[in-house]
Design a protein around this ligand. Sequence first.
Ligand code: SAM
Length: 192
Amino acid sequence: MNASREARFAAYAALLRKWNPSINLVAPNSLAQLEDRHLADSAQLAQLAPDDDEPWLDIGSGGGLPGLVLAIEQPDRPIRLVDSDGRKVAFLRTVIQSLGLSNCTALQARIEELPPASVRHISARALAPLPRLVPYLDRHLAEGGTGWLLKGRNWQAEFEQLGSLDHYRLTVHPSRTDPQAAILQLDRKTIG
Ligand SMILES: C[S@@+](CC[C@H](N)C(=O)[O-])C[C@H]1O[C@@H](n2cnc3c(N)ncnc32)[C@H](O)[C@@H]1O
């Protein structure tokens, strides 16, 4: 299938709605705002991320947010989705195949058990508080790489619980879908 961007988004949304009652990909009471909330939230990343086609790792992908959205928006970028839940990975593979996303793969694994990936970009949305996310970035980001963390309203409280972040440079992008949420861009400093 060589579908247009719009057709792919429509097909993805239809599959999310079909599978959600059985495997809870997004909170059921938020399904009505699938496009305006979940997809739009994830699509912000495509505008912030450089168009560099460097490999990308999306951790705790769940129903594919933001990884699958980015794979649709940037079809030349290799994207690996990782989730520990086999049912979610089965869903991700179904979407990848149905939409013909040849740039995207899905892997069932626990992110802390995966061999260090050394990638330039990592994204995560609704996976864990910042004190647990930063060690995942430390393990899998290449030097000079960037972590893209889509955080909800309590990101500042989580930030205060962090120890030293000296090895990263932080840029806060206010979310367009929720003024109190943010996309945290963590650029890993190069040593020496
Ligand atoms: C709350 S869901 C968020 C899913 C998606 N990112 C979103 O925004 O809708 C968190 C996901 O992370 C996965 N997960 C939790 N801990 C994980 C780990 N240690 N390694 C890999 N996946 C994990 C869960 O299976 C779940 O699908």
